[in-house]
Design a binder for this molecule. Structure first.
Ligand code: ATP
Ligand code: MG
Length: 462
């Protein structure tokens, strides 16, 4: 049964043909318009979309290929079928290349054309379904680009929806690469303050000495180098959201000042005397166990309670394997879009390896691995050999050999430690996508220490 709103445009310079086709298709219940020139066809196409365009290849003022191109440009979902005269098979092939769905050769029987139309419209329906499905998925599972349909992620979406409207502070906890920043953005952009600023402070990246002035700003002359008055990020976030990333890295002195600012809704610039009212929603994130940091005395308990009004915990990727294939598709499509080519696919073996690997760096590690794999894969298919080595050999054991005549205990230990260090560093670099600052952070060592080791172990060129 044709759907009620299926519109078909018939283009042919022979009046009889237009007449025959419009009658035939109207009898099938389609809404049909018939025109006899390319110009008229373009007019109709500009006026509104058709599901199907049935056009003669040879027209007085133009040809069917031009109509095809125009139709696809104006309405990419439109399916085009070409009518060719007997003996013009070359142009038919050209037409298929240009994106026609099918062609029929004149003369044809009514049943023949109906069959082609049926097939073409089936294609239209399929495309529409895919589109609707994608929109539904995006609405439900795609909050600000968040992908994942697992129960754990659905809980997160529900929390985002509930918390977005509130002004209460949110604390997002989760391992590195689980999407904390994406969730913070989803909260902001689904909130009534979405038109306001979204300001990120990466507390781990600002040296302790500069944290206060970054956060609260400074007056001119407040310290050497403060040549002009500068607004702090807190102030910049006024009317919007302040995202305190890596909040566990905040120096103790700053923790106290932040607490005061949150309690009073007021800040004071470094070297300033007057207080400024600031109204910003605060979202904090950390990949540490903040409650444990509190127990160990590394983080203020009162600030923890102040930040942890609305908690969101992001599950690590290994605890939601059903999201992995979705994320893979999502990233392969994004990578393809960035490169302007069709998406590559994973071979079944590559997918198996990806499913078996625990992804300690979570979604970010998966994203980087796919980026490199897509680059490395020669054809359209990503094979296991295109994946990072650690994905192929998870849980790889250190080779420990007993000290022998050639090597004493000390030398053996040095070798084993060196081996372990090299592997840890390689893994951290893989996880950070080659970013050394990030790799150092993952390893819990300073960037300088990492650079030193890279030199020592000759790892500068991966
Ligand atoms: N559910 C998801 N759907 C789609 N992309 C995701 C998802 N989770 C994370 N990502 C992507 O993974 C990368 C890392 O995410 P994000 O920066 O939000 O992680 P994070 O938890 O803040 O990590 P870190 O603690 O290391 O800062 C980003 O490129 C992000 O777009
Ligand atoms: Mg982050």
């Amino acid at each position: 049964m044709p759907e009620p709103l299926t519109r078909i445009l018939v283009v042919d310079d022979e009046e009889n043909m237009v007449h025959f086709l419009t009658r035939l298709l109207r009898a099938e219940g389609f809404e049909v318009e018939g025109v006899r020139t390319g110009d008229a066809a373009l007019d109709r196409l500009r006026a509104g979309p058709f599901e199907l365009v049935l056009t003669d290849l040879k027209l007085p003022d133009t040809d069917g290929i031009e109509i095809l191109k125009a139709a696809r440009e104006l309405h990419p979902e439109t399916v085009v079928v070409l009518i060719t005269a007997y003996g013009t098979i070359d142009s038919a092939i050209e037409a298929m290349r240009a994106g026609a769905y099918d062609y029929v050769t004149k003369p044809f029987r009514a049943s023949e054309i109906l069959q082609v139309v049926d097939k073409a419209l089936e294609r239209v329906r399929l495309r529409r379904e895919v589109l609707q499905l994608r929109q539904a998925v995006e609405q439900r599972f795609g909050l600000a680009g968040l992908v994942g349909k697992s129960g754990r992620m659905q809980e997160v979406y529900t929390q985002i929806e509930r918390f977005a409207a509130s002004r209460g502070a949110v604390l997002i906890q989760g391992e590195s690469g689980t999407g904390k920043e994406l969730v913070a953005k989803a909260l902001h952009f689904n909130s009534p303050r979405k038109a306001g600023p979204f300001v990120v402070i990466d507390c781990g990246a600002i040296p302790e000495a500069l944290q206060e002035s970054e956060l609260f700003g400074h007056e001119r002359g407040a310290f050497t180098g403060a040549v002009a008055t500068k607004k702090g990020l807190f102030e910049e976030a006024h009317g919007g959201t302040l995202f305190l990333d890596e909040v566990a890295e905040l120096a103790p002195g700053l923790q106290a000042k932040l607490l005061r600012a949150l309690q009073d809704g007021e800040i004071r610039r470094v070297g300033g005397t007057k207080t400024l009212r600031v109204e910003a929603r605060v979202i904090a994130a950390t990949n540490r166990d903040l409650a444990a940091e509190v127990r160990e005395g590394a983080f203020r308990e009162d600030l923890f309670f102040r930040l942890n009004v609305l908690p969101i915990v992001l599950p690590p990727l290994r605890e939601r394997p059903e999201d992995v294939p979705l994320l893979v598709d999502h990233f392969l499509e994004r990578i393809a879009r960035d490169n302007g080519r069709p998406p590559k696919r994973l071979s079944p073996e590559a997918l198996r390896a990806i499913m078996a690997y625990p992804w300690p760096g979570n979604v970010r590690e998966l994203e980087h691995a796919l980026e490199r794999a897509a680059l490395q894969a020669e054809g359209e298919t990503i094979a296991p050999r295109d994946l990072p080595p650690e994905v192929l050999a998870p849980g790889e054991e250190l080779t420990v050999t007993l000290p022998g005549a050639a090597e004493g205990f000390k030398e053996t230990m040095a070798r084993v430690i060196r081996d372990a260090e090299v592997r840890l560093i390689r893994r951290a670099l893989a996880q950070s996508g080659g970013n050394r600052t990030e790799a150092a952070r993952i390893l819990g060592i300073s960037r300088r220490a990492l650079l030193y080791k890279l030199n020592e172990y000759n790892l500068r060129r991966p």
